[in-house]
Design a protein around this ligand. Sequence first.
Ligand code: FAD
Ligand code: MG
Length: 294
Amino acid sequence: MQFDVIVVGGSYAGMAAALQIARARRKVMVVDAGLRRNRFAEEAHGFLGQDGRPPGQIAEEAKTQLLAYPNVVWTEGRAHGAANADDGFEVETGDGRAHGARRLVLALGVTDTLPDVPGLKERWGKSVFHCPYCHGYELGNGSIGVLATGPVSMHQALLIPEWGRTTLFINDAFLPDEEQLAQLAARGVTVERTPVAAVTGHADLRLTDGRVIALAGLFTATGTRPASPLAEALGCALDDGPLGPYIRTDPMKQTSVPGVFACGDVARAAGSVSLAVGDGALAGAAVHRSLIFG
Ligand code: FAD
Ligand code: MG
């Protein structure tokens, strides 16, 4: 089937883009594998008008509203491939079918690589987080840990004291120099060098010497990468952010490949639901205009 636009990724960014395209009366297909990045969290915070709502509920309501437009086709599953075709692009879906479109929007999201510490992944999104704006307030100004994953964790350790008394667990991830130690001291951050054996209880850290440090919550900087290699397959340029690669876009969210747009977490150094929705709305309007003005 031929579409004006195919949107790959049907979460906040992809649906915000598709909504603009649908409202412009164009034929749009959304392909979605259903693995939202925040699916591990019980509440989403910081999205205006929806603060504290379960993230899946926000997405479900958006999907219901989007699918009320008859010119929207929703395909569940993963897009396995995308390539240039005669008059645009071709996207291959899980059922082996190829779908054509004049334009593409990549709203793939990112995949988090978590530190390999026993007990951590079970608590991801519940008492272990990466973003203090999303989950810092609920920790009630209690004791907070930062589990280092590399020098990038300095930034988190210096920021987190805004939300509670902070301990940086180095866990052999990097070696802070004198200047960094002075910066941490100036922010009142306790530095713990004994490696971490496991996360236990709510978010407590058991160290290799047997001590257990009780925490209200734990933050850690994850590595991120696009959730699918479709941008690379299409030849889109990537940029290197502090946490990992993301798709390069111009101010209207077009990638380095004309006709391919990208939005949300996959197209910025660090994201949120609000930013994904904003990026998606921009990409949706821009991709629609590109159908008219080239
Ligand atoms: P995503 O929501 O990740 O969606 C991408 C979609 O694309 C997924 O459905 C995926 O399956 C699909 N996809 C990928 N590749 C393909 C493919 N090849 N074919 C088909 N579909 C594909 N942000 C907040 O603002 N507030 C919070 O409280 C908050 N809490 C968070 C908690 C945790 C634990 C985590 C990890 C993140 C949290 N975030 C929060 C960040 C938030 O999840 C992201 O910023 C947001 O989900 C980005 O939206 P997106 O649409 O760009 O990507
Ligand atoms: Mg999306």
